[in-house]
Design a protein around this ligand. Structure first.
Ligand SMILES: Nc1ncnc2c1ncn2[C@@H]1O[C@H](COP(=O)(O)OP(=O)(O)O)[C@@H](O)[C@H]1O
Ligand SMILES: [Mg+2]
Length: 150
C-alpha cells in the first residue's frame, strides 16, 4: 500500500524539523545508496529541508546550496547508519551525463551513502528506479506543502 504524506509548514524552522524527523526514518539499503529527489520550484524549501536533515545527522557546518559546485559531501559521525550525505544541486545541469562524469555511479553504488538531489528532473535519465520523491510547493498563504509517498 502506498501512503501519501502531506505536511504544511509555515516557517523555515518547521520545514527543518520535519526534515530532521524524516531523516531519522531512513535506513541504508544493503546494496546501493539511498536517494532522495527533491522536486519543486525555486524558493520552495528544498535546501532548507536538506539543512534540517543534515542538522539531524549532527552536521553543524553551514549548509549552502551547491548550485555552482554541483555536489557537496558531508561525512557523518558513527551511529547514523549512513557514512556520508551527498547534496547535489542539478539546477545548472542538462542530463545525467553531467553527474556521471563527476563519478556519480560510484556514489550510487555505495550503500552507506545518502544522496539528496535538488532539481532531479534535470538528471532523470540516471536516477535509480527506487528514489524517494519529495515534492515542495508554495501555498497562497506563504506556507509550503511538502508531500511524499511512504
Ligand atoms: N515554510 C517554509 N519552509 C521553507 N522555507 C521557507 C518557508 N517559509 C519561508 N521560507 C523561505 O523560503 C526560502 C526557501 O529557500 P530554499 O530552501 O533555498 O529553496 P529551494 O532550495 O527550494 O530553492 C528561504 O528563504 C526560507 O527562509
Ligand atoms: Mg536549493
Amino acid at each position: 500500500m502506498i501512503m501519501i504524506m502531506k505536511t504544511i509548514t509555515h516557517s523555515v524552522e518547521e520545514t527543518k524539523v520535519l526534515a530532521q524527523n524524516f531523516g531519522k526514518t531512513l535506513k541504508p539499503k544493503s546494496n546501493q545508496a539511498t536517494v532522495l529527489a527533491l522536486f519543486g520550484e525555486l524558493g520552495a524549501g528544498k535546501t532548507a529541508f536538506t539543512q534540517g536533515l543534515l542538522a539531524g545527522f549532527g552536521v553543524s557546518q553551514h549548509v549552502t546550496s551547491p548550485t555552482f559546485v554541483v555536489e557537496k559531501i558531508y561525512p557523518l559521525s558513527d551511529g547514523f547508519g549512513f557514512k556520508q550525505v551527498i547534496h547535489v544541486d542539478a539546477y545548472r545541469l542538462s542530463t545525467g551525463h553531467d553527474l556521471t562524469i563527476l563519478g556519480f555511479s560510484e556514489l550510487l553504488a555505495g550503500a552507506d551513502n545518502l544522496i539528496i538531489i535538488e532539481w532531479p528532473e534535470k538528471v532523470s535519465d540516471i536516477l535509480p528506479a527506487n528514489v524517494k520523491k519529495i515534492y515542495f510547493s508554495h501555498l497562497p498563504d506563504g506556507g509550503r506543502e511538502i508531500r511524499y509517498d511512504e
